[in-house]
Design a protein around this ligand. Structure first.
Ligand code: BTN
Length: 247
């Protein structure tokens, strides 16, 4: 991975560039990196703050030969790789909040945005966007964001070389991805569950269609979250925001 790198100092979003490259036939493993994004995108239509030189703002093109409904597995795979990379580079314990938030001490340090280019039922390309807060200090965050977000530098009390973070991250992704293509989702599922922040906890899953509170029981083979409500009914959650309700 990373043999074909497109680097830009400032872009709207690395996702848009990666989408165009993929449409033009860019090979698997191509990456797009930027120092700054002026219109960084998060999940569920949210913005992702990507100030110059502070974090890793990267999009990676994958071309897995898997059915469309297994695509969410890739988000979980990347989340495991990102949390392993944080542990390797900074020696900090990173947890994963379903599906894709990487937390250090309960605060968000990285996020993943998986987007698909598909033809009929088959995947043409997966564009994996990874945003990781590396060298921000608290004052870089707006007051509102500072309550819920952190960076490697804040937690590790030192700055880190972004190039090193990118190198380790790509290595972790490539290793897990090869293992996944060869052996399937089983090992990734175990690794994910071992790092899961919300499993076994009482959570609220909030989406545009409403919210459900219950116990997070686990994830399925497809990477869907299973939530058991107070009547014992188990719900499959495909897309939502997870909150831990206050007692
Ligand atoms: C989230 O947690 O909501 C996902 C955040 C994903 C941010 C990354 S930064 C690189 C890539 N380009 C974007 O515009 N978004 C992703």
């Amino acid at each position: 991975f990373g043999k074909k790198i497109t680097y830009k100092s400032s872009v709207k979003s690395t996702q848009e560039i990666a989408h165009s490259l993929a449409r033009e036939g860019a090979p698997e493993g191509s990456i797009v990196l930027a120092d700054e994004q002026t219109g960084g995108r998060g999940r569920l239509g949210r913005a992702w703050q990507s100030p110059a030189g502070t974090g890793v703002w990267m999009s990676l093109i994958l071309k897995p030969n898997i059915p469309l409904q297994k695509a969410p597995q890739l988000t979980l795979l990347i989340a495991v790789a990102a949390s392993k990379a944080i542990e390797k580079v900074a020696g900090l314990e990173a947890e994963i909040k379903w599906p894709n938030d990487i937390l250090i001490k309960g605060k968000k340090t990285a996020g993943i945005l998986t987007e698909l280019q598909a033809e009929a039922d088959s995947i043409h390309s997966v564009i994996v966007g990874i945003g990781m807060n590396v060298n921000q200090q608290t004052e870089h965050f707006s007051d509102e964001i500072a309550q819920i977000a952190t960076s490697l530098a804040i937690e590790g009390r030192q700055t880190y070389k972004r190039a090193e973070v990118i190198g380790v991250l790509l290595q972790e992704i490539e290793t897990l991805y090869r293992q996944y293509l060869e052996n399937g989702f089983g090992v990734i599922k175990l690794l994910w569950e071992a790092r899961a922040f919300s499993l076994g906890k009482r959570i609220t899953a909030r989406s545009v269609t409403g919210s459900i509170t219950g116990y997070a029981k686990g994830i399925t083979e497809e990477g869907v979250l299973l939530l058991e409500d107070d009547r014992g009914q188990v719900h499959s959650i495909y897309s939502a925001d997870i909150e831990i309700p206050s007692p």
